[in-house]
Design a protein around this ligand. Sequence first.
Ligand SMILES: NC(=O)c1ccc[n+]([C@@H]2O[C@H](COP(=O)([O-])OP(=O)(O)OC[C@H]3O[C@@H](n4cnc5c(N)ncnc54)[C@H](OP(=O)(O)O)[C@@H]3O)[C@@H](O)[C@H]2O)c1
Length: 450
Amino acid sequence: MVYSYVIFNSLFVLPKFTIRKGSMVMEKCHIAIAGLGVVGAETARHLIERQAILSEKTGVPMMLSAVSARSKGKDRGFDMSGLTWCDDPVALTNIDDIDIVVELMGGSDGPALALTKAALSSGKHVVTANKAMIAHHGAELAKLAEDNNVQLCFESSVAGGIPALKILREGLAANEVSSVAGILNGTCNYILSEMEEKGLAFDDVLKEAQALGYAEADPTFDVDGIDAAHKLTILDAIAFGNVPDFEKLSITGIRDVTDFDISYAGELGYRIRLIGRATAGGMAKVAPVLLPEDSALAKVTGALNAVYYEAEPVNVVSATGPGAGAGPTASAVLSDILDVASQRKAYSFGKAVSALKPSTASQTNAAKSCYYLRLEVADQSGVLAEVTDVLKAHDISVETLIQKGHETDGSATLVMIVHETDEAAISQASTALASVATVHGVSSSFAVMR
Ligand SMILES: NC(=O)c1ccc[n+]([C@@H]2O[C@H](COP(=O)([O-])OP(=O)(O)OC[C@H]3O[C@@H](n4cnc5c(N)ncnc54)[C@H](OP(=O)(O)O)[C@@H]3O)[C@@H](O)[C@H]2O)c1
């Protein structure tokens, strides 16, 4: 380490501390940001307005030097004078003295992937919040980073302001993780908790969430579980040393969770949450599940995220916090930038890409679980016996049952929690029940997580 003093700007004086970019030694850390939207503009603002404070934490003078976005003229809420502007984000990699490229445009492919590959190939570190890109191309990009002796960091891609990946990769590094589970999408959690609190239907709460800016105009990625699955792919890879493989995940979103289910679950002492869960046994699944109402995850409401880790020897570790938004996400992006500038090196997925193993996750979950079932049936004698006979034929027994008759149309709703069984048995029993004449339909089926 070389100690001498350089005057970086009029704001502060720092010891000259060398950091390595590829095989070259840097005395300052020049940063470029591609994407100046919600996260990018907030990250840029902190790098400019808190430059001295952030640099002191690394011992290396850090400065935002260049930026790229689609529209040059837009007011971004920070002073862009003195920054190099590139219309083409990939052109940022041609600026020789840029050390860290921060990719905050989004999209699994396209300009984000082109920029990330170009930056890593040219020996520049990359920090990104792009879960879609990492879930789909993580192994290839991490290998490119290793080959070029640079860092690829994506802490902000999972659970926003919660250091969800650092907990796994650093704090729990010496543990054998058995499961990681969490509320990984704030939009879904907001919708489910609003449905629960106000007794409203999914479509009404979705509209409200869109008006408040909690949900996108096209909510597909959020409500269909894809965003949570991108994050779970990354958690699964780091927790279990798997090659990130989005295609292996089983994904169910929240569109089919009705206000009836939320209300019946409440009567039975449960709340419904969209949970992403991966286990050492090969489960990697995003789905709505019932959680006991006094469990910690069930108590996470609104747009918050939470992650639970079960590991040995630590036992259980959990973290709750804001999973999205400008401040929380920029907080995690800046933390990665500080790591790179401080030369805190880490493999992107906790170990070398060559040491990762192919994911063994399967679309059908063999693990046993209790299940919640809601059936619409004819309101007549003997129906309950018919239903339990079908369940019995599939080795499924009922733990708790609620029956509600509907006087208007002579039908009834049967809501039950069944004892532990596997997903295949539930699926086969549901198909068999649907063919019983007095069963009008199996309306819902969710696993219970205790
Ligand atoms: N928002 C969150 O709370 C959050 C949380 C965690 C992770 N993330 C991730 O962070 C990333 C950014 O999200 P965001 O919410 O900040 O997105 P955003 O507000 O939509 O901003 C995207 C930015 O990228 C720029 N951009 C898009 N295509 C471009 C292109 N071809 N060339 C140059 N610039 C381009 C846009 O330019 P213009 O402004 O000129 O249109 C905009 O500044 C995504 O990967 C997202 O998944 C976001």
